[in-house]
Design a protein around this ligand. Structure first.
Ligand SMILES: NC(=O)c1ccc[n+]([C@@H]2O[C@H](COP(=O)([O-])OP(=O)(O)OC[C@H]3O[C@@H](n4cnc5c(N)ncnc54)[C@H](OP(=O)(O)O)[C@@H]3O)[C@@H](O)[C@H]2O)c1
Length: 324
């Protein structure tokens, strides 16, 4: 089964199906990793204002672009509206901050990061009450935020707009106004998101998988806090056996499964060897039997890692997207 290397968007733009994740990397480490990623052929870069490292990504991208408009066009740069920006009148301000920090004239894709909102507190992207709970804004009007994001597209400063971490109902609600051009969600072997991907496919919305390798740093941090066990995806016997059979690494098997399911992936690594490995997934194929074995690893909702429990109290927000 050959897998296309891009999603073709409606205006002919191409969204590369392997991108580079940038969460949880310090500025200096990220800048070097992006240099390596560019040299290895990555052209899709996933960022977010909430990662607080957009400027480091921007420096590496600008160095590579070197003022050449044709090189800029080769890139597909994505960033996200943080929860504090989920207020229609503030969307433009948050967007401009990202554009300035990235040092770019335009973005390729801007996503609403999450459907819930924090209070807007300048200089604090993750505002908390004294008891540690998040300062939420529970009056969120998701459709109004979406309309403000669509206006950015009309202005020409972003070529495509989409959403992340939304459920079927929220996606259907936004589709009544205008279809999101991308859905970025957690997808991996233990959390395969079959119904949500079916909804996205029904609307013809490209799906991008975040945490495709199981987000070990987040899983370890949550395990330390909650005592819950998070299996290491790279150590799963089924994944290891299939990797051995193909002479590939477990990470490559996990990424290839997503590609063969029609989903793009944005693995994050700051290790040069692994950065190269994660984009070298085009020249082998998983059999139907192997795909079925990997499909059987799905734990549904129980397999979710990024449940936003690190934002204390957030499950009480009316737009909190995940069912327990
Ligand atoms: N929209 C959202 O709400 C959301 C949420 C989470 C993530 N994201 C995006 O998705 C990206 C990826 O997700 P993620 O960072 O959570 O996790 P991930 O990509 O699933 O996993 C990253 C971890 O895997 C390790 N790793 C990478 N390649 C490897 C390989 N070939 N072999 C073994 N280990 C490997 C990395 O360590 P090394 O760096 O040491 O290689 C890192 O510890 C993020 O960076 C971010 O851009 C979006």
């Amino acid at each position: 089964m050959s897998v296309p290397e891009y999603f073709l968007l409606e205006d002919g733009d191409r969204l590369p199906r392997i991108g580079f994740g940038t969460w949880q990397a310090s500025d200096e480490v990220l800048e070097k990793a992006v240099d390596t990623a560019l040299a290895c052929g990555y052209r899709h870069f996933d960022s977010a204002q909430a990662y607080e490292n957009e400027a480091a990504l921007g420096r590496a991208l600008q160095r590579w672009i070197g003022g050449d408009a044709a090189k800029r066009k080769e890139l597909f740069v994505v960033t996200k509206l943080p929860p504090g920006g989920n207020h229609p009148e503030l969307v433009e301000e948050y967007f401009e901050t990202s554009l300035r920090d990235l040092g770019l004239d335009y973005l390729d894709l801007y996503l609403i990061h999450v459907p819930f909102a924090f209070e807007h507190i300048p200089g604090d992207l993750h505002p908390k009450n004294s008891d540690g709970t998040m300062k939420m804004d529970t009056s969120t009007d998701l459709v109004a935020v979406w309309k403000a994001v669509l206006k950015l597209k009309e202005s020409g400063r972003v070529r495509h707009v989409g959403v992340s971490n939304m459920n079927e109902e929220q996606i259907s609600r936004l589709c009544k106004v205008s279809k999101p051009e991308c859905l970025q969600i957690e997808v991996h072997a233990l959390c395969q998101q079959v119904p949500l991907i079916a909804t996205a496919n029904k609307f013809n919305i490209p799906v991008v998988a975040y945490s495709p390798l199981g987000s070990k740093a987040l899983a370890d941090a949550l395990a330390a806090k909650t005592g819950r066990e998070y299996p290491d995806l790279l150590q799963l016997p089924t994944v290891q056996r299939i990797a051995e059979a193909h002479g590939r690494t477990p990470a490559q098997i996990l990424l290839r499964q997503l590609l063969q399911r029609g989903v793009a992936a944005i693995p994050k690594s700051t290790n040069p060897e692994r950065i190269k490995q994660n984009i070298s997934v085009w020249d082998f194929q998983l059999s139907d039997g192997e795909m079925a074995e990997l499909a059987a690893l799905d734990r549904g909702e129980r397999g979710r890692i990024c449940d936003f429990s690190f934002f204390m109290g957030i499950e009480k927000h009316p737009e909190f997207p995940f069912k327990k």
